[in-house]
Design a binder for this molecule. Structure first.
Ligand SMILES: NC(=O)c1ccc[n+]([C@@H]2O[C@H](COP(=O)([O-])OP(=O)(O)OC[C@H]3O[C@@H](n4cnc5c(N)ncnc54)[C@H](O)[C@@H]3O)[C@@H](O)[C@H]2O)c1
Ligand SMILES: N[C@H](CO)Cc1c[nH]c[nH+]1
Ligand SMILES: [Zn+2]
Length: 433
């Protein structure tokens, strides 16, 4: 990990590192954008034929195997999964579902004046694609995290895409009753979900985490198909003065092992903690090549001159995962995907079992949104209903604004219900003629 001092002679260098990290999404996507653009173009042009070729070439799916995985295959995977893993998947699913249900907003109505009822309906999105990463490691936990909130929201068509899914991923799909599962991954899977092929219908929104190819593809299709967010290479920031160095290092290594592009940062005012964590990380990452690589290239320890500065840097980084020392720290946290409090709230517990979603914004997107939630799968549709007296009461104000905007048709539509305040512009025109 690189030590970055924010005081004395280190100040300018610290600013440079921070600025680069604030723009981290764009700089990493740049390298893969041309190949991703090409893959999307091929799928749009040649549909199933291009998909077959790309999954064989990039996902390692044999050309003989069916891309759609049938429910009996998922059932078989469930039967063959060890009891302990099945139990763990059930526990995780229960907690994730309970959390998502608590997030679901309800319909409501409000009467601003007698005779006017306004309100909101909650409707699910019709068709959603859930991307489940499976390149370096199969992530059955990501299947639970993406499919469950969609089910809680009431999404009718849920399509799961995952390259070379592991038995446990198929078992998780069986547990949730998934009936539409395609083994396809990377940019080609995102292109299929966004645009469809001769045999696979497109969806309305794509959700789920993935590597740079997946995330860049989501960004490139986003004008044609809604996406949840950029949930790309994993990020961890630990902002601590009092934490246990061994625990902090273990969490940094854990999240860094996801991807060589992962970001792992410690922010502290304590030189001794900085030194201990750097030492511990070195020891722990020795036998973990991916973590070793990402910690070497994208591992930073910011040693700051004050707590205030440590907090400002943390909020500027807007990390996916943030660990802080105590509940009191929550008061200064403004930008983070998910917060873990204290020595025992190790981040992998949130990855698997606690209930809050582990699909979280990366690349600084935590400045504007939190993790995947049931809100990503619903629409809030507003409704308004007037009777005549309510229209009479509020109509003149609306007409005044319409006239100020010079929109005669708007004013006329209101006047046409004979609520008074002058003639309609068409009657004025005919009177003048
Ligand atoms: N932010 C979050 O919420 C979150 C959650 C879980 C995982 N993640 C991230 O998800 C990612 C999982 O990545 P992964 O790689 O293991 O699985 P993945 O399924 O995201 O990507 C694998 C696919 O990438 C494509 N690919 C790989 N190399 C390619 C190349 N050279 N050219 C074209 N396509 C290529 C292939 O199609 C391959 O099947 C990691 O970055 C991890 O940090 C993020
Ligand atoms: N840490 C990942 C989110 O960045 C989620 C995950 C899934 N499995 C293990 N971890
Ligand atoms: Zn993880």
């Amino acid at each position: 990990m690189k030590l970055v001092r924010t005081t004395g002679r280190g100040k300018a260098e610290a600013q440079r590192v921070l600025l680069a990290l604030e723009g981290r999404q764009e700089s990493s996507a740049e390298s893969v954008a041309p190949v991703v653009r090409k893959i999307i173009g091929q799928v749009r042009k040649s549909g199933d034929r291009a998909l077959r070729r790309l999954v064989a070439q990039l996902d390692g799916v044999s050309p003989q195997s069916q891309l759609q995985i049938m429910p009996d295959e998922m059932q078989l995977a469930w039967n063959e999964t060890p009891e302990a893993v099945r139990g763990a998947l059930q526990t995780a699913a229960k907690n994730i579902r309970a959390f998502a249900e608590r997030q679901l907003p309800g319909k409501w109505s409000l009467a601003p004046i007698p005779g006017l009822s306004t309100g909101q309906l909650v409707r699910p999105i019709d068709a959603v694609g859930c991307y489940v990463p499976s390149g370096r490691h199969p992530l059955p936990s990501s299947l639970l995290m993406t499919v469950i909130p969609a089910q809680v929201a009431g999404v009718e068509r849920i399509v799961v895409a995952s390259p070379n899914p592991a038995r446990e991923t198929l078992a998780a799909a069986h547990l949730l009753g998934v009936d539409c599962f395609y083994q396809m991954g990377g940019a080609q899977a995102i292109a299929v979900l966004a645009y469809g092929t001769e045999t696979i219908a497109r969806v309305d929104k794509i959700v789920g985490p993935g590597n740079l190819y997946v995330t860049t593809a989501k960004r490139l299709v986003a004008f044609d198909c809604a996406i949840d967010m950029l949930a790309g290479p994993t990020e961890i920031v630990v902002t601590s003065d009092k934490g246990n160095a061994a625990y902090i290092a273990a969490d940094l290594v854990a999240q860094a092992e996801h991807d060589p592009h992962a970001l792992a940062v410690l922010v502290t005012t304590q030189p001794s903690l900085a030194a201990e964590v750097i030492h511990e990380v070195k020891t722990r990452a020795k036998s973990n090549p991916v973590a070793k690589e990402s910690l070497h290239t994208r591992g930073f320890v910011f040693l700051t001159g004050s707590l205030d500065e440590a907090r400002t840097i943390t909020n500027r980084l807007a990390p996916e995962h943030l660990t802080v020392d105590s509940q009191a720290d929550l008061s200064w946290v403004r930008n983070a995907g998910s917060v873990f409090v204290g020595d025992y709230s190790t981040q992998p517990m949130g990855d698997y079992i606690s209930g809050p979603n582990h699909t979280l914004p990366t690349g600084g997107l935590a400045r504007v949104r939190g993790g995947l939630s049931v809100m990503d799968f619903i629409k809030l549709i507003t409704v308004q209903s007037y009777n005549r007296s309510a229209l009479k009461s509020l109509g003149p104000s609306a007409i005044a604004i319409a006239e100020a905007e010079g929109l005669d048709g708007h004013a006329d539509a209101i006047r046409s219900r004979s609520i008074g305040r002058g003639k309609t512009s068409s009657s004025r025109r005919s009177a003048g003629a």
